[in-house]
Design a protein around this ligand. Structure first.
Ligand code: E4P
Length: 219
């Protein structure tokens, strides 16, 4: 499973990269606005730090506007994946951009039927939002299972990018469901490391080591 960081913050990306865990980055308009920086410059900065797919989202909602923005974004760096919303115009733009060889991430996916049309339109990634479905009492992980199942049935090459992951179990369950990618905030990536028994065990080893050293015969 590939790990993407869901952020537009350079320090967070550098931290994840230093752990060797970041295979790519996803951004969205809300994440970019939070940074208060120029969008295109930030996308280029991210591409300089991460060797992998960097999703940058269009803000137009009409086909021509999406194509125009998509072309500009794709020219920023060869690792840019153009992100389009799962609406009819977005699916049209996905088909057109994909046939030009531009990678496309179709976002805001909340159903298996939506995932099916994104795959038919040649999407490189489909982004089902697990956390936002859980927020409205629907099973986000079940959607990941369903999409993986459907894509396997027909041999679609579209990768399932589990998004809106809010905690480590979302990551683990997405992996168990066969998602190709999980995109997560830096906080969730940090939580993946944690286990209290690791901390207790390490403390015990180090305490024993210190005790053994103080008991060792002086040379
Ligand atoms: C990533 O591509 C999505 O935009 C993101 O995961 C959404 O996450 P949220 O539901 O926590 O905003």
């Amino acid at each position: 499973m590939k790990f993407f960081l869901d952020t537009a913050n350079i320090d967070e990306i550098k931290q994840g990269v230093s752990w060797g865990l970041v295979d790519g980055v996803t951004t969205n308009p809300s994440l970019v606005v939070k940074e208060g920086v120029d969008f295109h410059s930030r996308v280029k900065e991210i591409c300089a730090v991460v060797n992998g797919s960097v999703s940058a989202e269009v803000t137009a909602v009409d086909f021509d506007g999406m194509m125009k923005e998509g072309h500009v974004l794709a020219k920023l760096h060869h690792n840019v994946t153009v992100k389009v919303p799962l609406i009819p115009e977005g699916i049209k733009a996905c088909k057109a951009l994909s046939s030009e060889g531009i990678k496309v991430n179709v976002t805001l996916c909340f159903s298996a039927s939506q995932a099916l049309i994104a795959a038919k339109a040649g999407a490189t990634y489909i982004s089902p939002f697990v956390g936002r479905l859980d927020d409205v009492s629907q099973d986000g992980i079940q959607l990941i299972r369903d999409i993986v199942h459907i894509y396997k049935n027909y041999g679609f090459s579209t990768q399932v990018l589990a998004a809106s992951l809010r905690h480590p179990m979302h990551v683990v369950q997405s992996a168990m469901a066969g998602a190709h990618v999980g995109t997560m905030p830096i906080g969730v990536m940090k939580q993946l490391f944690n286990h209290p028994l690791t901390d207790i065990g390490l403390k015990r080893f180090l305490d024993d080591w210190e005790k053994a050293k103080s008991q060792a015969p002086k040379k």
